[in-house]
Design a protein. Structure first.
Length: 228
């Protein structure tokens, strides 16, 4: 019995020491706010803001595949005491103004101070690496190929409507496996470790929860950058 336990301990130690993990490098975030924007927000702690999105639909009844992302961002703005205007109705008013927008008229007709424009939303940013590290921290290269996982990227810009002033630019990224993901090497190259109680399980590098958490975090970081 003692021999069996000792053998099991050895096998467990070997297994742990031979475990492989990957992490992907996070690009730096970029946040820029003008002094005019910071001063405006100091004087207006509850600003009236509207979120404009890429390829905005032409009327209030139309939606797109990323509607849940926009809702998450707007909810976080509401929590931070922003007065959030209806984006679809705002777009309809903009459309009626024609090609040349009179921002003074737009401010009066929509009662809005700030346009928060979501200029870019990527939900399939691919990160890849051919390097792994062991549980002891030693770095090595895969014998064959590399491994990839999906991340997210979101870019914003801010316009102060009163003066039609470009007042800020911000981008945030979600990079998977920041705390390490266990992998294994197969015949065709590395893959994410998916064993659970001896059975193969589907593996999703970015879960729905992680995705929603990222957009909440991005919205909170955006607010912090706006008010810094």
């Amino acid at each position: 019995m003692r021999s069996f336990c000792f053998l099991a301990l050895i096998m467990l130690t070997i297994s742990c020491s031979s475990s492989k993990f990957v992490s992907f490098q996070r690009p730096p975030s970029d946040t820029i706010s003008t002094s005019n924007l910071r001063e405006f927000l100091r004087q207006n702690p509850k600003p009236k803001i509207v979120l404009r999105v890429p390829n905005s639909k032409s009327n209030a009844t139309e939606e797109d595949a990323n509607i849940y992302v926009y809702n998450i961002i707007e909810k976080e703005l509401l929590k931070e005491n922003f007065t959030v205007r209806d984006r679809a109705l705002f777009n309809e008013i903009v459309k009626k103004t024609g090609e040349k927008i009179d921002y003074t008229e737009l401010k009066n007709s929509t009662d809005t101070d700030i346009i928060l424009e979501l200029t870019n939303l990527e939900t399939n940013v691919i990160y890849s690496t051919n390097e792994y590290y062991t549980s002891s921290g030693k770095k090595k290269l895969f014998k064959k190929g590399d491994i990839a996982a999906r991340g997210y990227k979101v870019d914003f810009k801010v316009i102060l409507i009163k003066n039609n002033e470009f007042a800020g630019n911000y981008n945030f990224q979600y990079v998977p496996c920041q705390n390490g993901c266990q992998v294994e090497e197969g015949k065709r190259g590395p893959k994410f470790y998916t064993k659970n109680n001896g059975k193969r399980q589907p593996y999703q590098a970015v879960s729905q929860y992680e995705m929603e958490t990222f957009f909440k975090d991005a919205a909170n970081k955006l607010v912090a950058a706006l008010r810094s």
